[in-house]
Ligand binder design. Structure first.
Ligand SMILES: NC(=O)C1=CN([C@@H]2O[C@H](COP(=O)(O)OP(=O)(O)OC[C@H]3O[C@@H](n4cnc5c(N)ncnc54)[C@H](O)[C@@H]3O)[C@@H](O)[C@H]2O)C=CC1
Length: 372
C-alpha cells in the first residue's frame, strides 16, 4: 500500500469544518469499543479534544514533507509514553479514527480514500511506536521532580524551580508537559526558562489562567517539597548553533520563559552577539522577571533588556503593543529573531517583522502550546 497524501488531505478538508463533532464522535467510538482506555484520559476531555484535532491537522497537512513529519511523530510517540500508551492501543485508535473520517467525509468516501487513510495511519503509528520503544530503552516515560523553589512574583504569576530525580535532557527553548498531584492525568505544557544547569534544576514561569487547572495548582497550591511530574522535552524553537548573527527576542508575558533560556545559553556559549530583548506586559507589576533580566544585562554588556508596557499610560518607559514596538527600531533584517507570547501577539509580530525585511527562515517561534 502506498501513501497518497492528496486523497487524505482532500477527505480531511471535508471533515475539518466539523472538527468539534468529529472529535466527540472519535472519543465516543474509542471508549465504546475499548472502555478500558477511558482510564488513561483525564476526567474532563475538553483540552484533550483540542489537542487531538490540532495534532491530526498538523500531521495531515504535513504528509508531503516527510522529514519534519517523522521528527514530529517520533516526538509524539515518545511523549505518549507518559500516558501509558502501548503498541496495541494504536489499533483501537486507528479503528476509531477511520470510523470517524469515514462518517464525516461520507459524501466523498470510497475504497481508494479508505486505503490512503489506512496506509497513512499505519505509517504514522509505526513511527510513533518505533520511537517510543527505542526511547523506553534509554529514558524514563516521565520525570518526578521536587519543587525546590516557589516564588509568587505577581498575584497570578509564580516562578518555580524543580529538581528532577534524574537529569531531564532538553535544549534551551524547549517545553515540557507538567502534571500535578492535584489533577492526575491532566498534563499541560510550560517552557523551561533556563539553559541546562549542572544541578539539573529547571525553572518554569507560570501564570494562573482563569479555569486553568494545572496553572492554578502550580501558582496557588504548590509549595517547596511537593512533587510534580514532567514529560520529555519537546519543541523546535532552539538556538541556531552556527549562527554569528545578533539576536532580537520578543517576549510577551510568560512567553519570556523559553527566550530567557535561549539568551542564557547564548551568553554561556561564549559568543558575544548583541541581544535585544523586548519584554512586554500589560502593566508594570506584571514585568515579573525584570530584576533578574536587569542583573543578566549588568553582567553581559551586549544584552539590552527593553521593558514595554501596553496598558498603563503612567509607565515611565517604553509604552505600546509589542508587535508595533518592534517597528520603532532600525531594521532587524540581519538578526536571528525569536518570538514567544500570546498567539495573536506572535502572529502580528512575525507579520510586521517579515514586512520589515526579516526573512521568515530567520524568525523562530513555537507552534502555540496552551498552558491552562
Ligand atoms: N509560561 C510559559 O512557559 C509559556 C507561555 N507561552 C504563552 O505566552 C503567553 C503569555 O501570556 P500572558 O503572560 O498572559 O501575556 P499577556 O496577555 O499579559 O500579554 C503579554 C504581552 O503581550 C502583549 N499582547 C497580548 N495580546 C496581544 C495582542 N493581541 N496583540 C499585540 N500584543 C499583545 C501585551 O501587550 C503584553 O505586552 C500565553 O499565551 C502562553 O500560552 C508560550 C510559551 C511558554
Amino acid at each position: 500500500m502506498s501513501l497518497n497524501p492528496r486523497l487524505v488531505k482532500e477527505s480531511f478538508s471535508v471533515v475539518e469544518p466539523h472538527a468539534e463533532r468529529a472529535t466527540a464522535y472519535f472519543y465516543g467510538r474509542l471508549f465504546a469499543e475499548s472502555p478500558h482506555l477511558r482510564a488513561m484520559f483525564p476526567p474532563a476531555m475538553d483540552v484533550q479534544r483540542d489537542r487531538l484535532f490540532s495534532a491530526l491537522t498538523r500531521i495531515v497537512w504535513s504528509l508531503d514533507s516527510p522529514g519534519g513529519l517523522s521528527a514530529y511523530l517520533e516526538q509524539l510517540g515518545r511523549d505518549h509514553r507518559k500516558y501509558g500508551v502501548l503498541a496495541e492501543h494504536y489499533t483501537a485508535v486507528g479503528n476509531a479514527l477511520l470510523a470517524t473520517v469515514r462518517r464525516f467525509a461520507a459524501d466523498v468516501w470510497d475504497h481508494e480514500i479508505e486505503a490512503a487513510w489506512v496506509s497513512a495511519y499505519t505509517a504514522a503509528a509505526n513511527l510513533m511506536i518505533g520511537a517510543a520503544e527505542a526511547d523506553a530503552g534509554v529514558s524514563p516515560a516521565w520525570w518526578p521532580a521536587e519543587v525546590v523553589g516557589h516564588e509568587r512574583r505577581h498575584r497570578d504569576i509564580a516562578v518555580l524551580t524543580l529538581r528532577p530525580a534524574q537529569r531531564l535532557p532538553y535544549l534551551p527553548g524547549q517545553y515540557v508537559n507538567v502534571q500535578t498531584a492535584r489533577w492526575p492525568r491532566v498534563w499541560r505544557t510550560f517552557s523551561i526558562a533556563n539553559a541546562p544547569r549542572l544541578d539539573h534544576t529547571v525553572r518554569l514561569h507560570v501564570r494562573s489562567v482563569p479555569g486553568g487547572w494545572v496553572s492554578t495548582a502550580l501558582t496557588r497550591h504548590t509549595a517547596v517539597g511537593d512533587t510534580v511530574m514532567l514529560g520529555p522535552a519537546m519543541g523546535t524553537m532552539t538556538p541556531r548553533e552556527h549562527s554569528a548573527r545578533d539576536l532580537l527576542c520578543v517576549a510577551g508575558g510568560t512567553g519570556l520563559a523559553p527566550l530567557k533560556a535561549i539568551v542564557e545559553h547564548v551568553i554561556a556559549s561564549g559568543r558575544r552577539p548583541n541581544i535585544h530583548l523586548l519584554y512586554g506586559a500589560r502593566t508594570a507589576d506584571q514585568l515579573y522577571d525584570l530584576p533578574d533580566l536587569l542583573r543578566m544585562a549588568a553582567a553581559f554588556p551586549w544584552l539590552r533588556v527593553l521593558p514595554v508596557v501596553s496598558g498603563d499610560p503612567s509607565w515611565d518607559g517604553m509604552r505600546g503593543e509589542l508587535p508595533e514596538v518592534t517597528q520603532r527600531f532600525h531594521s532587524w533584517a540581519e538578526h536571528d529573531v525569536y518570538v514567544c507570547g500570546p498567539s495573536s501577539m506572535v502572529n502580528d509580530t512575525v507579520r510586521r517583522l517579515q514586512a520589515g525585511g526579516v526573512p521568515l527562515a530567520r524568525i523562530h517561534r513555537d507552534v502555540a502550546h496552551g498552558e491552562t
